[in-house]
Ligand binder design. Structure first.
Ligand SMILES: CC(C)(COP(=O)(O)OP(=O)(O)OC[C@H]1O[C@@H](n2cnc3c(N)ncnc32)[C@H](O)[C@@H]1OP(=O)(O)O)[C@@H](O)C(=O)NCCC(=O)NCCS
Length: 216
C-alpha cells in the first residue's frame, strides 16, 4: 500500500523534529556555508509560533504515514523592486533520507504552487544549493530553471574582506605621499647648494610641489 502523505503548516510541537531535519539538511546538502548552527528547540518553537501570525510566510511540513519527514519555508516577496507582482519563494526544502522518493518533495512543492495561485502570485522560486545535483534535477523536471546564485556570509566577514581590499589603496596613498616628499627634498637640495643662482631661478625652485590630489 502507498504511504499516506500529508502536508500542513508546522506547529510549535514539531520543533524537535524540525531541528533534526535542520541538522540533516546542514550536513547533507552543501547548505553548511549558509546555515551557521542548528537552532535550539526553544528558538524553533517560538519561531514556528511567529510564522503562524505572518500572512506573508509559511513553514510547512510533510508527513509520511504520520511521521514528519520534510519541510519547506514559503515566503511571498516582490518579484523585483520595479514590478507589482509577488513571487512565492521556497527555501529550506528538505526531505529526510528515509522519506525520499515517496512523493513528499512533490507534495511540498505542490502546496507552494497552490498557495501561490491562491494568493495571485504568478511566479514560484525555489532556493537550492548548486551542489545538490539530484535536488536540482528534481526541480528542473518540475519546470524550475536556474535564475541566479545566492551567496551568503556573515556581515562581519564581508566587512573584514572590504577592509582588506581597501588596505592596498592605503599603501598606495602612503607610497605616493612618500614620493612627493622625496621630490620636494630633491628640488630643495640644489637650491640650497647653488647660492649664486639668480633670484628668479631660486624662486622657481622654491615653487611648492603640486598637491597630491592633482594625481601626479
Ligand atoms: C529534492 C528532494 C526535496 C526531493 O524529495 P522527495 O520526497 O524525494 O521527492 P519526490 O519523492 O516527490 O520525488 C523524487 C523522485 O522520486 C520519484 N518518486 C516519487 N514517488 C515514488 C515512488 N513511490 N516510487 C519511486 N519513485 C518515486 C519522483 O517521481 C521523483 O523522481 P524525479 O526526481 O525523477 O522527478 C529531496 O531529495 C531532498 O530533500 N534532497 C536534499 C535536500 C536538498 O538538496 N534540497 C534542495 C532544496 S533546499
Amino acid at each position: 500500500m502507498a504511504p499516506a502523505i500529508e502536508v500542513r503548516d508546522a506547529h510549535p510541537a514539531d520543533a524537535d523534529a524540525l531541528v533534526t531535519l535542520w541538522r540533516e539538511m546542514a550536513v547533507g546538502t552543501g547548505h553548511q556555508a549558509r546555515l551557521l548552527a542548528a537552532p535550539s528547540v526553544e528558538s524553533a518553537q517560538s519561531s514556528v509560533a511567529k510564522h503562524a501570525e505572518d500572512p506573508s510566510g509559511r513553514l510547512i511540513v510533510g508527513e509520511i504515514d504520520g511521521e514528519l519527514g520534510g519541510m519547506a519555508y514559503l515566503r511571498q516577496t516582490p518579484i523585483s523592486p520595479l514590478h507589482d507582482e509577488v513571487a512565492v519563494t521556497v527555501e529550506y526544502l528538505h526531505v529526510s533520507d528515509h522519506a525520499r522518493r515517496h512523493g513528499l518533495g512533490k507534495a511540498l512543492i505542490a502546496e507552494a504552487a497552490a498557495w501561490a495561485e491562491h494568493e495571485n502570485c504568478p511566479h514560484l522560486a525555489v532556493v537550492a544549493p548548486p551542489v545538490a545535483r539530484e535536488a536540482n534535477r528534481f526541480l528542473a523536471r518540475l519546470g524550475l530553471g536556474q535564475a541566479g546564485v545566492l551567496r551568503f556570509a556573515s556581515t562581519h566577514t564581508v566587512r573584514r574582506r572590504l577592509a582588506a581590499e581597501h588596505a592596498p589603496n592605503l599603501l598606495a596613498l602612503l607610497s605616493s605621499r612618500r614620493s612627493v616628499l622625496a621630490r620636494r627634498a630633491q628640488l630643495a637640495r640644489p637650491a640650497l647648494e647653488n647660492h649664486d643662482h639668480d633670484e628668479a631661478e631660486f624662486g622657481e625652485l622654491r615653487l611648492p610641489a603640486a598637491p597630491e590630489s592633482a594625481g601626479t
